[in-house]
Design a protein around this ligand. Structure first.
Ligand code: NAD
Length: 486
């Protein structure tokens, strides 16, 4: 199956933080893959802007190595790689001072083309860069800025940041990245919900018992310890990625697939969330494992840290569609497998005509974001063979790579899709300022409650699925977590 690639218009993309981890691991390898796919026009320019003292040649060498290390070089051949690197320039700039800004303006003041500025730097620099872009005459009405996470650390700081950015740019120019929204399956979730007659009539509390959203990682905090210990799983994962997934699964059908129609519906979901009952939240912190992995506290170098590396909670949405259907959210580090999955568990049939011995069977729709992106629907059928009516559950499997062939999932990474959306001017898969604030307004009281009660996270074994209390929370509701499977 051949995928259609439509080239974007000629653009200039300035990557502030062009030598950083994110730029080397995701942004530039992603752009190279789009180049190989024929989506990047030959006149496009990418300008890496950072503090290091490099010239163009040294920067191109750095990015050549990054592409070799972080994937992308297999997308095409050496000739393409050299051609791509030719479109790459470097500029030494100081986000906090004056160095480099006059030169950047000179570079950007050529012919009329799409201008995008990617803020791949510490959030502490977002405001300063926006201010300097304005001061140096680069905040034109059609310029776009791309802002990385974290977007604030609570409602107050997110509001401040929104206000600062709004001083220099309109909301329609601001692209707040949540890379989960760029995943193929996440968009497929909308296609499945709103492109089929089959699901929508059942998509409510009358037919759905509950929904689980799990984002499990096997890695620990790694070298992000200093940042992570000030954030924790709630800020790092729930407030953004898990809440975005919750919105997409729970929102009403927008009238059109356009940025504000979709984001209006997502916002309504966040605003309809009830405060979370403290008895329905479990926080955890991972322990050391067999001398191979340090404990969370050792990894962050804080022997008394109360920061959670795991959180599980029950959310409720108070509206007509969802009253009575709980949403269970769970995320953690050092869990048993790396897996991101949304599971929709339908209710039992109203009456089993096959008798008690046929057992209870429920339809389960699983939407897997990673690995092996795909959608599976569990249906109940008769077990083949003689001997009466025994029922079994079998999956109707639509793993994209199987269903659509090698090109089906097209291996388009979330970042490359999102960057191309920025160039196209499509904000559908980016968070709007009011959405981010509403998400903080929901998570802030939860975090404040932990601090007020001086709550200590429950320890859990590395390689497990979180603290025992997480399973107990489900069992009290008469339910079970789905197994975290790779
Ligand atoms: P990093 O520390 O690896 O890189 C920071 C970059 O900023 C470097 O290029 C550095 O030269 C530049 N920089 C620092 N101070 C500067 C200044 N005064 N003027 C100009 N440039 C300056 O950081 P990173 O991991 O690449 O993260 C960048 C952003 O992306 C952060 O907001 C981070 O939260 C976010 N993010 C990163 C990841 C990731 O996987 N690395 C994932 C999600 C979000």
């Amino acid at each position: 199956m051949v995928s259609r690639v439509i080239p974007v218009e000629v653009f200039d993309l300035v990557i502030f933080g062009g030598t950083g981890d994110l730029a080397r691991r995701k942004i530039l390898p992603g752009l190279f893959r789009r180049f190989c796919a024929g989506q990047m026009p030959s006149g496009a320019r990418i300008i890496g802007a950072a503090r290091s003292d490099l010239d163009d040649a040294a920067y191109r060498d750095m990015i050549r190595d990054a592409i070799a290390e972080f994937g992308g070089e297999q997308a095409c051949d050496d000739a393409h790689l050299s051609a791509f690197l030719e479109q790459l320039d470097y500029l030494k700039i100081d986000a906090r001072g004056e160095e480099g800004w006059a030169r950047l303006r000179e570079i950007m003041s050529g012919e009329d083309r799409i201008e995008a500025y990617y803020f791949s730097v510490s959030p502490a620099l977002f405001g300063e860069i926006a201010e300097r872009l304005k001061k140096w005459g680069m905040a034109d009405a059609d310029a776009r800025i791309v802002v990385e996470k974290p977007f604030g650390r609570n409602l107050e700081t997110a509001r401040d940041l929104n206000r600062t950015l709004a001083t220099y740019f309109d909301e329609g120019q601001i692209y707040r990245i949540d890379h989960y929204l760029g995943k193929e399956t996440v968009q497929n979730l909308m296609a499945v919900r709103f492109g089929n007659m089959l699901f929508e009539p059942l998509w409510n509390s009358q037919y759905i018992d509950h929904i689980q959203i799990t984002v499990a990682e096997t890695v620990g905090v790694g070298d992000r310890g200093e940042y992570y210990d000030k954030a924790g799983a709630m800020r790092d994962m729930v407030q953004n990625h898990l809440m975005q997934l919750l919105c997409l699964i729970a929102m009403e059908p927008p009238a059109r697939f356009d940025p504000d129609a979709v984001r209006d519906e997502k916002l309504k979901v966040i605003r309809a969330l009830d405060p979370v009952d403290p008895h329905h939240i479990v926080r955890g912190q991972y322990l050391a494992r067999d001398g191979t992995h340090p404990s969370y506290r050792d990894a962050v170098g804080e022997p008394r840290s109360h920061t959670e590396s795991f959180v599980a909670l029950r959310a409720r949405i108070s509206n007509w569609r969802w009253a009575g259907t709980p949403f269970y959210l769970r995320t953690g580090k050092r869990m048993s497998a790396r897996s991101s999955e949304i599971t929709v568990v339908f209710k039992d049939t109203p009456h089993s005509i096959f008798g008690a011995e046929a057992g209870n069977h429920r339809n389960v729709l699983s939407i897997r974001l990673q690995p092996n992106e795909g959608i599976t629907l569990g249906v109940t059928i008769k077990e083949p063979g003689p001997g009466g009516m025994r029922l079994i559950d079998v999956p109707l499997d639509m793993t994209f790579a199987d269903a659509l062939g090698e090109d089906g999932a097209d291996q388009v990474d979330a970042y490359e899709r999102l960057i191309m959306d920025v160039i196209r001017g499509n904000q559908t898969l980016f968070m709007r300022g009011d959405e981010v604030e509403a998400a903080w307004a929901w998570t802030d009281p939860i975090i404040e409650g932990w601090v007020t009660r001086n709550e200590v996270p429950k320890p859990y074994e590395s390689g497990s699925d979180g603290p025992i209390d997480s399973g107990n929370m489900m069992r009290r509701d008469g339910r079970e977590w789905r197994k975290v499977s790779p």
